[in-house]
Design a protein around this ligand. Structure first.
Ligand code: PEP
Ligand code: MG
Length: 840
C-alpha cells in the first residue's frame, strides 16, 4: 500500500518560466480536467524526474511519462501540447514502464527545435492525477532550473484502509456512467479505479454486461472487458458511499491524460512480413545476440482429470501452504534483485506478489475447493479463467499480463505437487517454448541456456525485459511451427535479425561459433586490463581490492585482477556450525586466503557476530535492539578469550606483513588501544617480533567523527558504508520499505567520509572503502575526490571499477566532489554525479 501520509516536494522537471495551469492554451489542461498541477515553458531538452518513484506509464509516442512517487502521488509529465501527434518524432524515451527512477533522473529527451516547429506549443505539464488523495501547493511562479523546488504535494485527509475494515454501514448507492478511457478499462485506468476505491471505507463494485467486479481487484476489473464508451454501473456500500460513488464515476468518466489525446497504439509482437525462406522461422527480436546450439523444448505442466470429492479443509490448507511457499520464493527473488539493484526484475516480481494476493483469484480458487475440487485444479482453473478473459480482450498489453498469471499458475502447481522446480538442460541449449514465464527465465539462465525462443510472446513482455538484462538472445512470436522442430536439433538463433535457422550447415555453425569466440576474446582483453593497476588520468593510483568470505572466493578475486583482499569477513568460519573452530583451524583458513592472493595483501576483519548473528556455541544475551548491542569489537568485552584466540591464529600466518587486521564496529579510541595491547601481549607470548598493520572500520558515525584521533594509532581506516548508512540515517539496512533510501551517497555520509579522509591525512594514513558503495561505479569519482585510495569491491566488479578509475581526473574529482557535500539528498548527489561523470 502507498503511504499516503507524506508530504512531498517536487523538483522542477524542466528549466524555464513557470505558468499556472490557467495560462496553458489548452482547455483540457487549463480547466483542471486532468487534475491540478503546474506548467513550464522549457528551455532545456531533457525531462527529469521531479521525485523518486516508479514509472507507471511511458507513452509509446515518447512525449509523456507517469510516475508514482513513494507516497502514492501519481504525476503525469506531459511534454508540449498536442505532441502526441508527432508519433514519437523528436522524442527519445530514456526509461521503461515499471522502472524505478531517482529524483532528478533523466526521463526523456526531445529535440527542442523539431518539437517546437511541429507542435502547438512546447509548454509542458506536471499534473497530479490522483488528486482525490492529494492536493498541490505551488512553491514558485518564477523561472526555475531543473531540480529546484516547484510544487508541494500534501495528502488530503481521507479515511483510509483502517476505516474500511470497520465500515459496517448498510447505506448503499448506485450510479451509471460511460467509460471514457481510451481502449477501455485496461491496466492503468483499472489501477486508478482501484486506487480511487481504496480512498474510501465503502465497498465498491463495478457491474458490466451481467458481470460484477470488486473495485479492490485489478484482475477482476480488467476481466470485465469494459471497452471505451461502454456504459457501466457502480454500486457502493458503506458510510461514505455517496462520496465514493461520485469519485468513482468521475474516475471512470475522466480519461487518463495520454488516452485523452490519442489512441495508444497497441504493441503487438507481429512477425515481420518477409518472404518465407525455407529452413528459417521469422520472429521478433526481444533480446539481441547470435548463438547456436541444440534446441530444447520446455513444456508446461498439465494436470490429469480431477474426479472431485476432495475434503475442502485439507485442500484449502494445501493451497495456503503452496501460496506461502511461492510468496516466500518470490520474496527471495526480490531480495536478490534488490541486492543487485536490478530494478526491472524487482518491479516484475513485485507485481507477481501483488497478483498472488488478488482477491478475485483467491476467492475463485477457494470457492471451487469448497465444491470438492482438488487445490491443484481449483488454482489452475482460477488462473486459466482469468487468462482467457485477458486474452479475449484483444489487447496485446493485457495478453502479456496473462503470461505473468500463467507463471504463477505453474509455480503454485509445482509447490502443490512438491515437484522440484528444475529442468535438465543439455549444455549450451537454445530453449523453445510456447511462451516462457519470468521465473522459467531465471531458472534457465542459471542453468546455462544460451538463447530463448517462443512461439508466442511479445517484445515488451516481462520475459523480454529479463532476457535483455541477462544478455540472453531471445526471439518471440515465432509461431506454432517452432513447436514442431525436433528436440535436440542444432539451430542458429540470430536474434539481431529475427531469424531462427533450422538447418544451418557446418560452415554456418562454424561462423556463429567464431563470432561467439570473438566476443569472448573481447571480454578476455578487458580481463587482462583488470590485472593492471588502476591509475587516474592524472596519475593517482587507486588500489582496487575485493571483498571475500573464503579462500575460494579469494582465488576468484585474484583471477579477476584484484589488487588484494580489502575485506575478509571471518564470520564465515564461525557461523552455521555447532562447535567453535579452534586456533589451528582458523590459522589454516586465514593462511589459505593469503596463499590464494599471491603476493598481495589481505585485510582480515575480526569476527563481527553478536546482535542478530548468533552462534550456537556462543550464547549471548537476547538483545532488545540487536544492531545496537554486543556486536563487532564489543565482543572483546563479552567474550575476550574468543577474540584472543582469533588474534593468535592471525598472528601466526605467514608472511605476517601481508596480513592486515581490521576491527569492526569501533566507536572509541580505547577499543583500538586495548586491541593493540592484546596484540603486543600475544606477540610476546608467541615470540613474534613483527606486528601486523592494524586498521579500524569506520562504520559508526562516532568513529567517523573521531577519525583524526583513531588515525593517530591506527595504520589505516576502512569505511563500512553499509553500517555507516544504517547508523547515520537511522534506517535498518535490511528494511525492505527503506531500501531505496538507505543510500550511502547521502550528503551526510559524504561529510563523514570527507571528515574521515581529512582526519587520516593529518597522520599520513590511507583510507579505503569496503562497504557496498565501493562497488557502485557512480560513486567512484566521489570517493576518489574525497580522498579514498583503496576500494574493496565485489570480485566480479574489479575490472569495471578499475576501468572507471582510469577514466577519471583525480584533481577534478576533488574539486567537484566537495560541492556535493552541500546538496540536500542522496538523489540530488546521484543526479549531480550523473552530470559530472556520466556512466559510459
Ligand atoms: C559495512 O558495514 O559496510 C561492512 C563492510 O561490513 P558488513 O557489511 O559486513 O557489516
Ligand atoms: Mg559492517
Amino acid at each position: 500500500m502507498h503511504n499516503n501520509n507524506k508530504d512531498l516536494t517536487l523538483g522542477a522537471p524542466l528549466s524555464g518560466p513557470v505558468l499556472t495551469l490557467a495560462r496553458v492554451p489548452d482547455l483540457v489542461f487549463s480547466s483542471g480536467a486532468m487534475g491540478d498541477g503546474i506548467a513550464i515553458d522549457p528551455l532545456n531538452n531533457t525531462l527529469h524526474a521531479p521525485c523518486a518513484g516508479v514509472v507507471v506509464h511511458a507513452a509509446r509516442t515518447g512525449h509523456a511519462v507517469t510516475l508514482r512517487a513513494d507516497n502514492g502521488a501519481e504525476l503525469l509529465l506531459h511534454l508540449g501540447l498536442d505532441t502526441v501527434q508527432l508519433q514519437g518524432e523528436g522524442f527519445s524515451m530514456l526509461v521503461q514502464e515499471g522502472a524505478r527512477v531517482s529524483s532528478g533522473q533523466a526521463l526523456l529527451r526531445f529535440d527542442l527545435d523539431q518539437v517546437a516547429r511541429n507542435s502547438k506549443s512546447l509548454i509542458s505539464l506536471m499534473i497530479l492525477t490522483n488528486g482525490e488523495h492529494f492536493q498541490t501547493l505551488p512553491i514558485t511562479l518564477k523561472s526555475v532550473k531543473v531540480g529546484e523546488p516547484l510544487l508541494h504535494i500534501v495528502p488530503r485527509a481521507t479515511n483510509g484502509a483502517q476505516a474500511q475494515a470497520s465500515d459496517t454501514s448498510t447505506d448503499e448507492v448506485e450510479g451509471q456512467t460511460r467509460v471514457n478511457h481510451r481502449g477501455g478499462l485496461h491496466a492503468r485506468p483499472a489501477a486508478l479505479i482501484r486506487q480511487t476505491a481504496q480512498g474510501f471505507s465503502s465497498k465498491a463494485q463495478l457491474h458490466f454486461n451481467g458481470k460484477s467486479a470488486s473495485c479492490d481487484s485489478l484482475v477482476s476489473l480488467m476481466g470485465l472487458g469494459v471497452g471505451e464508451q461502454d456504459e457501466v454501473r457502480v454500486s457502493c456500500q458503506g458510510k461514505d458511499c455517496k462520496a465514493a460513488l461520485l469519485a468513482l464515476l468521475d474516475a471512470l468518466a475522466t480519461p487518463l491524460a495520454e488516452d485523452a489525446h490519442a489512441a495508444a497504439p497497441v504493441v503487438k509482437a507481429v512477425a515481420p512480413q518477409r518472404p518465407a525462406e525455407s529452413g528459417v522461422i521469422q520472429g521478433v527480436c526481444a533480446a539481441p545476440g547470435l548463438v547456436c546450439g541444440p534446441l530444447f523444448h520446455l513444456t508446461a505442466m498439465t494436470l490429469p482429470e480431477d474426479s472431485g470429492g476432495h475434503p475442502p479443509q485439507e485442500q484449502l490448507q494445501a493451497l495456503d501452504q503452496a501460496l506461502e511457499k511461492v510468496r516466500s520464493d518470490i520474496h527471495g527473488t526480490l531480495d536478490h534483485a534488490r541486492q543487485r539493484k536490478d530494478n526491472q526484475e524487482e518491479a516484475i516480481f513485485a507485481a507477481h506478489l501483488a497478483l498472488l494476493e488478488d482477491p478475485a483469484l483467491l476467492d475463485a480458487a477457494r470457492q471451487s475447493i469448497g465444491q470438492g475440487r482438488a487445490a491443484t485444479h481449483a488454482w489452475s482453473d482460477a488462473i486459466g479463467e482469468q487468462c482467457e478473459i485477458l486474452l479475449q480482450l484483444g489487447n496485446a498489453l493485457l495478453a502479456e499480463r496473462a503470461n505473468d498469471l500463467r507463471d504463477l499458475q505453474q509455480r503454485v502447481l509445482r509447490a502443490l505437487l512438491g515437484e522440484a522446480w528444475h529442468y535438465q538442460l543439455p549444455a549450451g541449449a537454445i530453449v523453445a517454448a510456447h511462451e516462457l514465464t519470468p521465473s522459467d527465465l531465471l531458472q534457465l539462465s542459471e542453468q546455462g541456456a544460451v538463447g530463448l525462443c517462443m512461439a508466442a510472446g511479445g517484445a515488451t513482455s516481462h520475459v523480454a525485459i529479463l532476457a535483455r538484462g541477462k544478455g540472453l538472445p531471445c526471439l518471440v512470436a515465432l509461431g506454432s511451427e517452432l513447436l514442431d522442430v525436433p528436440q535436440g536439433q542444432q539451430v542458429v538463433l540470430n536474434a539481431d535479425q529475427g531469424r531462427l535457422e533450422l538447418t544451418p550447415d557446418s560452415a554456418r555453425i562454424e561462423q556463429v561459433r567464431q563470432s561467439h569466440l570473438l566476443r569472448q576474446q573481447r571480454r578476455e582483453q578487458q580481463q587482462q586490463q583488470a590485472h593492471l593497476p588502476a591509475r587516474t588520468l592524472d596519475g593517482q593510483e587507486i588500489e582496487v581490492a575485493a571483498n571475500v568470505a573464503s579462500s575460494q572466493e579469494a582465488q576468484g578475486a585474484h583471477a579477476n585482477g584484484a589488487d588484494g583482499v580489502g575485506l575478509l569477513r571471518t564470520e564465515f568460519l564461525f557461523v552455521d556450525r555447532h562447535t567453535a573452530p579452534d586456533e589451528q583451524e582458523q590459522r589454516q583458513a586465514y593462511q589459505a586466503v593469503l596463499d590464494a592472493m599471491g603476493d598481495k595483501s589481505v585485510i582480515i576483519r575480526t569476527i563481527d557476530v553478536g546482535g542478530d548473528k548468533q552462534l550456537d556455541y556462543l550464547p549471548l544475551p537476547v538483545e532488545a535492539n540487536p544492531v545496537l548491542g554486543l556486536r563487532g569489537i564489543r565482543l572483546a568485552q563479552a567474550r575476550p578469550e574468543l577474540l584472543d584466540q582469533q588474534l593468535r591464529a592471525l598472528l601466526q600466518v605467514s608472511p605476517l606483513q601481508r596480513c592486515r587486521i581490521l576491527l569492526p564496529m569501533v566507536s572509541e579510541l580505547d577499543e583500538l588501544l586495548h586491541i593493540r595491547e592484546r596484540i603486543d601481549c600475544l606477540c610476546a607470548e608467541l615470540g613474534i617480533g613483527q606486528r601486523p598493520e592494524l586498521g579500524v572500520m569506520i562504520e559508526v558515525p562516532a568513529a567517523a567523527l573521531l577519525a583524526e584521533q583513531l588515525a593517530e594509532y591506527a595504520d589505516f581506516l576502512s569505511i563500512g558504508t553499509n553500517d555507516l548508512s544504517q547508523y547515520t540515517l537511522a534506517m535498518d539496512r535490511d528494511h525492505a520499505g527503506l531500501a531505496a533510501r538507505v543510500d550511502a551517497l547521502h550528503p551526510a555520509l559524504l561529510r563523514l567520509i570527507a571528515q574521515t579522509c581529512a582526519g587520516a591525512a593529518k597522520h599520513g594514513r590511507w583510507v579505503g572503502v569496503c562497504g557496498a558503495l565501493a562497488s557502485d561505479p557512480l560513486a567512484t569519482p566521489v570517493l576518489v575526490g574525497l580522498g579514498v585510495s583503496e576500494l574493496s569491491v565485489s570480485p566480479p566488479q574489479v575490472g569495471e571499477i578499475k576501468e572507471r578509475v582510469r577514466q577519471l581526473d583525480a584533481a577534478e574529482c576533488q574539486r567537484l566532489s566537495h560541492d556535493l557535500l552541500n546538496l540536500s539528498s542522496a538523489s540530488a548527489v546521484r543526479h549531480a554525479c550523473h552530470q559530472h561523470w556520466p556512466l559510459s
